[in-house]
Ligand binder design. Structure first.
Ligand SMILES: [Zn+2]
Length: 402
């Protein structure tokens, strides 16, 4: 059980224990354990992470004392946590229908029902429940957060923006970044429809909310490239990577391609400067390897080998560096006799490289090979960063979100 979950439950538990103590003693004469003792036992089971036993204890408390509001809430949450969402919904529905509840209690029970529907994937019901609560003085903000989750799941970015702005008006500090990403999602949809002007207006709104947001800069770079303005696209790509160096895995291949295909005077020298800055200032392996490839491509073999030595001096040695070393050796005349062995080394290293994750979430630790702007695990935005293994991606990769 996470600490967060315990922190959520304990104040409720304390209040309920007190409530149970107040109301339960006259009913303990039937030979059953008094609810307050059984209740505390349930809390102890929760602390020991024994969910099944805790659940049994709370069921018994509810059987003896039907009026205990907080215990019903805990019971509902426990069922939901175990994946028994139908039972959680029944508990919260019955609870919310009680005529004796205060407005605050009814709002809490209704909100829990909304969370049940959300988890069950019954999004229209979840939306209806949360909408009912958005003006509630006690549950308005959680209900808006619930609504926002519904719209994120549905990828309904227009309503997500609208809900985010309402949350922002309530002073929810992190909302600006989320809304900026919703605007970027809308920009992408416009780009897919080949409407770059409309895309740019969403990008501008994103930058208004989060000045310098790398994703928005990359979208602007995408529009610039489509408009044939390669120099602007390169400048925006460089700005994005300078602001967020850990996105190098995503951006360096694109920059390489843009520079080398640009036909701009001094393109190679500019690329070299950019890669050198990334490799030396930010110690980014993908930039070091791209720099080495650039040296090799331009026949500066001594410099390329020096660069390779630097990469191999890193600890742990990046697999991508080993792969480059093997590729070097393959072209040496002395090893031609062993070309099939070197091909096998190369294949093994490439397989290893392809099985390694490229990105990691800085919030929850999720790892994956594809870059996405919203973590699939913790649902936070803009938390995936390059693990810095290798580019090893096709040269025609674009800035688009997968
Ligand atoms: Zn995450």
């Amino acid at each position: 059980m996470s600490v967060h979950w315990l922190l959520l439950l304990l104040p409720v538990a304390a209040a309920s224990g007190w409530a149970a103590a107040r109301y339960s003693s006259p009913r303990s004469s039937a030979g059953r354990e008094p609810p307050v003792d059984r209740y505390l036992e349930g809390v102890r089971y929760l602390l020991d992470d024994q969910t099944d036993r805790a659940l049994q204890a709370f069921i018994e408390v509810v059987e003896i004392d039907h009026e205990t509001f907080e215990t019903h809430l805990i019971l509902g949450r426990l069922f939901r946590r175990r994946g028994e969402v139908d039972r959680a919904i029944r508990i919260h529905q019955n609870l919310a229908a009680r005529p004796t509840l205060t407005d605050v209690q009814r709002a809490r029970a209704t909100f829990e029902m909304g969370r049940d529907f959300l988890l069950a994937g019954v999004l229209d019901r979840a939306e209806a429940v949360f909408r009912e609560l958005v003006d509630s003085p006690s549950m308005g903000v959680p209900a808006l957060e619930g609504l926002r989750s519904v719209y994120e799941t549905q990828r309904d970015w227009v309503h997500a923006v609208e809900t985010g702005l309402r949350l922002k008006a309530h002073g929810v500090a992190s909302e600006g970044l989320r809304i900026a990403h919703y605007e970027c999602e809308l920009a992408l949809l416009e780009l897919e429809q080949d409407r770059p002007d409309r895309a740019l207006s969403h990008v501008d709104r994103a930058l208004g909310l989060c000045p310098g947001l790398s994703r928005a800069l990359l979208l602007r770079a995408e529009v610039a490239e489509r408009n044939g303005d390669v120099a602007l696209s390169i400048r925006l790509g460089r700005e994005a990577i300078e602001r967020t160096p850990a996105l190098a895995t995503l951006v360096v291949p694109k920059l390489e391609r843009l520079y080398l295909n640009s036909g701009l005077p001094g393109a190679t020298a500019s690329l070299e400067d950019t890669l050198q800055a990334l490799a030396s200032t930010h110690k980014i392996t993908v930039a070091s390897i791209a720099l080495m490839r650039l040296y090799r491509r331009t026949n500066r073999l001594e410099e390329a080998l020096t660069q390779l030595h630097r990469i191999l001096a890193q600890r742990p040695v990046p697999t991508s560096g080993l792969l480059e070393a093997v590729r070097w050796m393959k072209i040496l005349p002395a090893v031609h006799t062993y070309s099939s062995e070197f091909a096998a080394f190369e294949k093994a290293l490439m397989e290893q490289l392809r099985s390694q994750p490229l990105y990691q979430c800085t919030n929850c630790g999720y790892q994956g090979r594809a870059h996405v702007w919203q973590c699939p695990s913790c649902r936070r935005w803009d938390t995936l960063r390059g693990i810095d293994l290798d580019l090893d991606q096709p040269p025609n990769q674009t800035f688009k979100t997968p």
